[in-house]
Design a protein around this ligand. Sequence first.
Ligand code: GLP
Length: 230
Amino acid sequence: MQTIVVESKERGAEKVVELVREEMEAGRLNVLGLATGSTMEPVYEKMVASDLDFTNVTAFNLDEYIGIPATHKNSYAYYMDQLLFNKKPFKETHIENGMAEDLDAECVRYETLLKENPLDMQFLGIGENGHIAFNEPGTSPESVTHVVELTQSTIDVNSQYFTADETMPVTALTMGISSIMQAKKLIVAAFGEKKRAALEKLFAGEVTTEWPVTYLLDHPDVTVITDLKL
Ligand code: GLP
């Protein structure tokens, strides 16, 4: 695991884009896994402002809420369209369909697509409770794309984005730990004190299902970008 300590989230975002550029210039980036959350906002801002051309790159997103349409301002599909896809064209973009009638079939569909398009690089943020994508504490390392019930901790943190008259979904679709671990390169971004506990667990070097981020210790190519000195 490689760690890059930066002085700010902005600088961290620049670093992520530099890593993307490196892979693109080396001809190693055909499939890029994307993440959502506030951590990724400056990353997409900088990707949009860059001269990078993604028209030959296929994108896959990690996760999506169940029960809100892609037109809802809090869906991850909407987030991606607004922040990146409407401004930078990609060859193809994929995200789980949280409105699918048959959610189990949707998981199989998504995992099959991932198998057909192996991820060259995957961006990851970290939840305060150590979740990656929506893989909450207790998730099996063997997990593939699946339906999750969000934990109270995640609901508390993410509910800030929903207004009082909106009901926040409490279930989601997410790539599993195993789906994420298949990516050739993982880029983990974590900024701010709220991420300290999760990063401490990661740097402690012991894999535990209680802190899903620690599964990354078993991956051969992980770069952590953070503004925390641990
Ligand atoms: C959500 C997403 C995760 C993301 C996490 C961190 O729960 N499902 O993929 O990593 O939030 O979000 P933030 O970057 O806003 O701290």
